[in-house]
Design a protein around this ligand. Structure first.
Ligand SMILES: Nc1ncnc2c1ncn2[C@@H]1O[C@H](COP(=O)(O)OP(=O)(O)OP(=O)(O)O)[C@@H](O)[C@H]1O
Ligand SMILES: Nc1nc2c(c(=O)[nH]1)N[C@H]1C(S)=C(S)[C@@H](COP(=O)(O)O)O[C@H]1N2
Length: 177
């Protein structure tokens, strides 16, 4: 049985330069540790808010390291240097608009500024890319709900069977006819 490979990409000028310690990448890894009940591996990268470097990191994680899922954090807002959604779509074959819609809907339960995130979900080849905001607390706020739809998405894309810890989130799979 193939093991799920997750690319974890922090997009932050200040975490990249060392001005502050990255809490985004470790926050995603910590969420996977409590949220997943099936085996997985993670590969983490940090890049500054530079469109080409973000795209290159996504391509490296998927094309060279065969990540089935890439979770990014940061750079989704309206600030001039926020370009993660554009960099994601630059290297995507298809967008999955429901991911952005659902994530903003979830986040509105926490902050009115949820609408400022331009985060997207997209497909490159047979891999799923999901943008999370930069606020470290937003990672669990979103994944605790959103991850219900990710295992079935990975399955439909031909990826490994992934299951979740039901105390965190229950993976939804439609019943077979
Ligand atoms: N990787 C991270 N580690 C720790 N805190 C972060 C990280 N990314 C963002 N934050 C926090 O969340 C806030 C909002 O994130 P955002 O992505 O908008 O960052 P920013 O203000 O554009 O700056 P930067 O790109 O330098 O992180 C930041 O101001 C910072 O306090
Ligand atoms: N769940 C959740 N979503 C959130 C937030 C948050 O704290 N929690 N912050 C919002 C804010 S303040 C901004 S500006 C946007 C974009 O954040 P980013 O530029 O750090 O990606 O995400 C929004 N989405």
């Amino acid at each position: 049985m193939e093991t799920l490979k997750v690319g974890v990409l922090t997009v932050s000028d200040r975490a990249f330069s060392g001005e502050y310690e990255d809490r985004g990448g470790p926050g995603i890894v910590a969420w996977l540790e409590k949220g997943l009940s099936t085996p997985y591996e993670t590969l983490a990268r940090i890049v500054p808010d530079e469109r080409e470097q973000i795209s290159a990191a996504i391509v490296e994680l998927i094309d060279q390291h065969a990540c089935h899922l890439v979770l990014t954090t940061g750079g989704t807002g309206p600030a001039p240097r926020d370009v993660t959604p554009e960099a994601t779509l630059d290297v995507a074959d298809k967008e999955l608009p429901g991911f952005g819609e659902r994530m903003r809907q979830i986040s509105l339960n926490y902050v009115p500024t949820a609408i400022l995130s331009r985060q997207v979900g997209a497909i490159r080849g047979t891999s799923l890319i999901v943008n999370l905001p930069g606020q470290p607390k937003s990672i669990a706020e979103i994944l605790d709900v959103l991850f219900a739809s990710i295992p079935y998405c990975l399955e439909l894309m031909g990826g490994p069977l992934v299951d979740t810890n039901p105390e965190v989130v229950v993976a939804f799979r439609p019943k077979k006819k």
